[in-house]
Design a protein around this ligand. Sequence first.
Ligand SMILES: NC(=O)c1ccc[n+]([C@@H]2O[C@H](COP(=O)([O-])OP(=O)(O)OC[C@H]3O[C@@H](n4cnc5c(N)ncnc54)[C@H](O)[C@@H]3O)[C@@H](O)[C@H]2O)c1
Length: 444
Amino acid sequence: MSKIEDLGGLIGDRRASVGVIGLGYVGLPLVLAAHAAGFHVIGFDSDPEKISRLDAGESYIRHIDSDATGALAQSGRFAATTDMQRLGEADIVLICVPTPLTVNREPDMRYVELTSQAIAASLRAGQLVILESTTYPGTTEDLVKPVLEASGLKSGTDFLLAYSPEREDPGNIDYGTTQIPKVVGGDGEPARSAACAFYEAITSAGTVPVTDTSTAEAVKLTENIFRSVNIALVNELKLVYDSMGIDIWEVIEAAKSKPFGYMPFYPGPGLGGHCIPIDPFYLTWKAREFDVATRFIELAGEVNTAMPAHIVARLGEELDKRFARGLNGAKVLLMGMAYKKNVDDIRESPALKLTSLLEARGAVVSFHDPYIGVIQTGREHAELSGRESVPWADVVGGGHDVALIVTDHDAIDYAALVAASPLVIDTRNATRAVVDHREKIVLA
Ligand SMILES: NC(=O)c1ccc[n+]([C@@H]2O[C@H](COP(=O)([O-])OP(=O)(O)OC[C@H]3O[C@@H](n4cnc5c(N)ncnc54)[C@H](O)[C@@H]3O)[C@@H](O)[C@H]2O)c1
């Protein structure tokens, strides 16, 4: 039976085995990182489809190469399973499951709870458990720890417990999982040191130890709230400057020439993805327990949430002004269903909201996205599931009244899009390099 004191040695000579629970956008890169560092890795997921894809050496995430997952499957140092009873085999367990919001926009902790219960069922002395999912301060201490300790084992004595937020930016070619420093908080110093030793073994950017797990949880929320608030600010500035006939994109380009004191954020059609639209509300929810108002964060949420309706209104105005027609019956070609450029993820994508808003006004909406062939059933907008991307040939074949650029994928030929469209509403400045027919383009 191993003890917590053995972990340092097991990590140092790579005899520790690593279990990763939740093999999605966060978990799969961590599997690859731990495997590349020489550890034995077991991937756990409740989705049998992901397990069979990994068994076959296939990747199901666009920016993760099948060569990497193929090498994993061939290595003899990796197994993927839905069987949570095997969790006891891992010396280090990373939790990377979803932390969404409920329909009432409160933290939905059921995945973290279920996973903690599964770990508790086979918890043994000497294990290190690290939560990576984004969450409110206090989760590791108040939610995960009691569930694990219900096994009869004690944190800090029998097993170790830590929190280290994933700061992955899917699709970012400059900074992958292993190039981003790991912020680490432990339930006690031995847990923090063991977690730091593990992350130093699998990443190249080092660790940032902080006082405790709540501080580490707060760091991640702070980073994402910073983004949410700044995006809201530029979205508001866009409306102000637009009304004055000033191009916000040109303003930002010039402002960012200042070598200090300014950091560019860009306006858009609304927030998307699993982080920025959701994480701020983990903090506002928790703050209510402490009777602290979070007006600034809520206001940013309001401004950002209002953007899709603003885009629809702007699109309607342009149809009216240019073609003396309304939205009802207008053929709208929505370009980009993913929530951000060059990724295949539609969670919380503003394109979903825009489709619903446009259709509520009677528009006939189709979409093109090179990375989203079909809209899969998700937690939101179930009514859109099964819809398919129209082929590129149909895009350049014309037939639509207006193209609405929601996501600025690099793979799109924007000059061809503009040539084929009577009107282009560009929410991302994706057409900045297009020279011909600029009169058709409206930056909105
Ligand atoms: N995607 C990002 O860019 C990103 C970046 C930083 C942090 N995060 C955070 O990381 C966490 C995971 O996000 P993600 O984007 O990887 O989610 P994801 O949906 O891509 O992956 C989560 C995986 O967990 C699996 N799962 C769900 N419940 C399970 C259970 N009980 N047991 C085993 N597997 C289970 C799902 O099948 C899925 O494969 C979230 O807290 C998220 O906020 C995400």
